[in-house]
Design a protein around this ligand. Structure first.
Ligand code: KG4
Ligand code: ZN
Length: 336
C-alpha cells in the first residue's frame, strides 16, 4: 500500500504544533508546544507573546516531529499548513515555516483551514460518511456545519456573540480559574448540580444559531450580587448550572439540525468537544432521537489545537489537488 506522509503545521493561536501523518489516518508524531503559561498572567492570549513563542519553538517542534516519526524530508509527500482563521502574527509563523520547507525540499504546499482541521480530528475515530453534520465548538467558534460532500461545507448556524469556549473562559475568570478555564469548569460541574437555572438563550427558536453572552452576564451578576451580600456561592453548583445551560442549548440545536437535514453521521469537534457533559449528553440524545445516525466524537487529546488534525485535513486537501504557491498569506478571517 502506498504511504503518503504529510508534514503538518498549526500555529493559529497559542499552540505551536507540528505533526507527521500517514494517509490522513495514522499519526506518526504530533508535537504540541503549549504556551499557556506565558499567557496565564494576562488572563488570555496576547498576540505579540504568541508570535514570539511560535518563532522560538517552530524549528524545534519540526525537528522533533520528524525524529519521533523516524522519517526525513525525503519521505514527506507534502507540507500542509493552517493559513486561517486565527491570529495573523501567529498564523504567519506557521505559513512562513511551511513555505520555507516546501521550497527548500521541493514539496507541494497545501493550505488548510483551521476549522476543517478541527473537523478532521474526528477522522481518527472513523470514516466520514456524507452527508454529515458537525457541531464545532471551540474558543473562537461555535457552529453547526453541514458537510454535504468532501470539501463541501456550509455553516447553517453559529453564535451571534461569544463562542462556547470563550464563555467558559470568561466565567472561569470570575471564579478565579486560570485561562483556559473549560477543563476545570467541566471537572467542577461533575461535582455540582444545576441549582441556579441560568437562561438557555434561543433554545426554542427555529434556527440553528447560538448566543452565550446572556448566560455569561447572568452568571457574572449572580456571583457579583452574592459577593455584595457577603455570601459565598457553591462553585461546583455554579459550574454545573453554567454547563447544563450550555450543553442544553448545544444539544437541542444539534438535534433540531438533524431533524431538518437528513445525514448519515454527526461529528463533534473543537476544544469544547472535550467537555464530558457535552459528550455524554450527545451520546444519550443521539441514541434516543437519531439512532440511525452514527456519531464520531474527536478523540479527547485531539479536541484542542494540534497539527495532527491539520495533517488529516491536509491529506484530504492534497488529494483534492489544493496547492498554494510562495505567495500564500495568512488569512485571519478565513471562512470555509
Ligand atoms: O479549539 P481550541 O483548542 O482553540 C480554538 O481554536 O479556539 O479551543 C479552546 C477552548 C478554550 O476556550 C477552552 O476553555 C475550551 O476550549 N475547553 C473546554 C474544555 N476543554 C477545553 N471547554 C469546556 N470543557 C472542556 N473540557
Ligand atoms: Zn482551534
Amino acid at each position: 500500500a502506498e504511504r503518503t506522509l504529510i508534514l503538518a503545521f498549526e500555529t493559529s493561536c497559542d499552540e505551536t504544533s507540528v505533526a507527521v501523518v500517514e494517509n490522513g489516518t495514522k499519526i506518526l508524531s504530533n508535537i504540541v508546544a503549549t504556551q499557556i503559561d506565558s499567557h496565564q498572567r494576562f488572563g488570555g492570549v496576547v498576540p505579540e507573546v504568541a508570535s514570539r513563542h511560535h518563532i522560538e519553538w517552530i524549528t524545534r517542534c519540526t525537528d522533533q516531529a520528524l525524529a519521533e516519526a523516524n522519517v526525513s524530508y525525503n519521505d514527506i509527500a507534502a507540507v500542509a499548513v493552517t493559513y486561517g482563521p486565527g491570529l495573523v502574527g501567529s498564523l504567519l509563523i506557521g505559513v512562513t515555516a511551511a513555505k520555507a520547507i516546501a521550497w527548500a525540499h521541493k514539496l507541494p504546499l497545501v493550505p488548510v483551514n483551521h476549522m476543517t482541521g478541527h473537523l478532521y480530528a474526528a477522522r481518527y475515530v472513523g470514516e466520514f460518511k456524507y452527508p454529515q453534520m458537525a457541531l464545532l465548538v471551540s474558543g473562537g467558534h461555535t457552529e453547526l456545519v453541514y458537510m454535504k460532500a468532501e470539501h463541501e461545507f456550509e455553516i447553517i448556524g453559529e453564535t451571534r456573540d461569544d463562542a462556547a469556549g470563550e464563555a467558559y473562559d470568561k466565567i472561569g475568570r470570575v471564579l478565579g480559574v486560570n485561562y483556559p478555564a473549560g477543563k476545570t469548569i467541566d471537572e467542577w460541574a461533575a461535582k455540582g448540580e444545576d441549582t441556579f437555572h441560568f437562561p438557555r438563550a434561543m433554545e426554542k427558536e427555529a434556527n440553528y444559531d447560538f448566543s452565550f453572552s446572556g448566560l455569561k452576564s447572568a452568571f457574572i451578576n449572580t456571583v457579583h450580587n452574592a459577593d455584595q451580600r457577603g455570601e459565598k456561592l457553591n462553585k461546583y453548583d455554579l459550574a454545573a448550572s453554567f454547563q447544563q445551560s450550555v450543553v442544553d442549548v448545544l444539544a437541542e440545536k444539534t438535534m433540531r439540525a438533524l431533524d431538518r437535514y437528513p445525514v448519515k453521521q454527526l461529528i463533534l469537534a473543537g476544544g469544547v468537544a472535550a467537555n464530558h457533559g457535552l459528550r455524554s449528553r450527545l451520546d444519550r440524545d443521539m441514541h434516543k432521537y437519531h439512532p440511525d445516525v452514527t456519531m464520531l466524537q474527536a478523540p479527547l487529546k485531539l479536541c484542542g489545537d494540534n497539527a495532527a488534525m491539520i495533517g488529516a485535513a491536509g491529506y484530504m486537501c492534497y488529494q483534492h489537488g489544493d496547492r498554494a504557491g510562495m505567495n500564500l498569506n495568512a488569512e485571519p478571517g478565513l471562512m470555509y
